[in-house]
Design a protein around this ligand. Structure first.
Ligand code: CTP
Ligand code: MG
Length: 219
């Protein structure tokens, strides 16, 4: 199934507290965002990759641009970056992916493509507490139907464009792209069980986990 990929790299990596945007940090000598870029380019169904970055970091992406890879300027919030990219999508389906998730696999992409609208997610492992401002626990949330959402998130282009436009016009900020489909449409989104290896590199210790995942894969 032909699709476009939106690869998000326009954040600042504030929680990583590194000397630059975390997606340019390297794991085994390769920039974090390049792992997913190379994966999408290895999938013949992926007809277009839209790299979303900051204007002032555009120069860092020029080496990666090609017939299949273009650059779009991101926005203040992740949701703004996605909306900007969606205006340039050429295919009828689109994978939206965080450049900070280097470990997604071809088989996960294939599993997503079997659906019209689907996201990768994993069962929540921790016991989840709801906490009052006082700091006291108000309740323990039953965990059996709780999933942690990941990316890629795969959608029909017309649907995700529509709900992003609606969210923007109503100043609604969701925490992922699927949440906008949930709020602004009746279209169901499928959960595709993913892998606990598909981590988002967010805080410094994630670099250690990431290196361990790479070491394990090269064994
Ligand atoms: N992202 C983006 N545009 C933004 C904010 C985030 O394209 N305005 C991208 C990031 O580059 C990242 C992905 O969205 O690949 C997931 O966001 P997150 O992990 O929060 O990255 P940052 O926003 O860069 O990190 P932080 O929140 O710690 O500053
Ligand atoms: Mg962020």
């Amino acid at each position: 199934k032909a699709y476009s990929a939106v690869l998000l790299a326009a954040g600042s990596g504030s929680r990583m507290a590194a000397d630059r945007n975390k997606i340019f940090l390297t794991l085994a000598d390769k920039a974090i965002f390049q792992y997913a870029l190379d994966l999408f380019l290895s999938d013949s169904d992926c007809k277009q990759v839209i790299l979303v970055g900051k204007t002032e970091e555009k120069a860092y992406f020029t080496d990666f641009l090609s017939d299949r890879v273009c650059f779009v300027v991101g926005g203040v919030e992740r949701q703004d970056s996605v909306r900007h990219a969606l205006a340039h999508v050429s295919e009828a389906a689109v994978m939206i992916h965080d450049g900070a998730r280097p470990f997604v696999t071809l088989s996960e992409l294939a599993a997503l493509k079997a659906h019209n609208n689907a996201i990768l997610a994993v069962p929540v492992k921790d016991t989840i507490k709801q906490v009052e401002v006082s700091g006291y626990i108000s309740q323990t949330v039953p965990r059996d139907n709780l999933w942690g959402a990941q990316t890629p998130q795969f959608f029909e282009t017309s649907l995700i464009q529509k709900v992003h436009q609606l969210a923007h016009s109503k100043a609604f900020l969701g925490t992922d792209d699927a949440s906008l489909v949930e709020v602004f449409s009746e279209v169901p989104v499928t959960i595709v069980p993913g892998s606990y290896e598909n981590i988002k590199i967010t805080t410094p210790e994630d670099l250690i986990f990431g290196q361990a995942i790479l070491d394990n894969r090269s064994k």
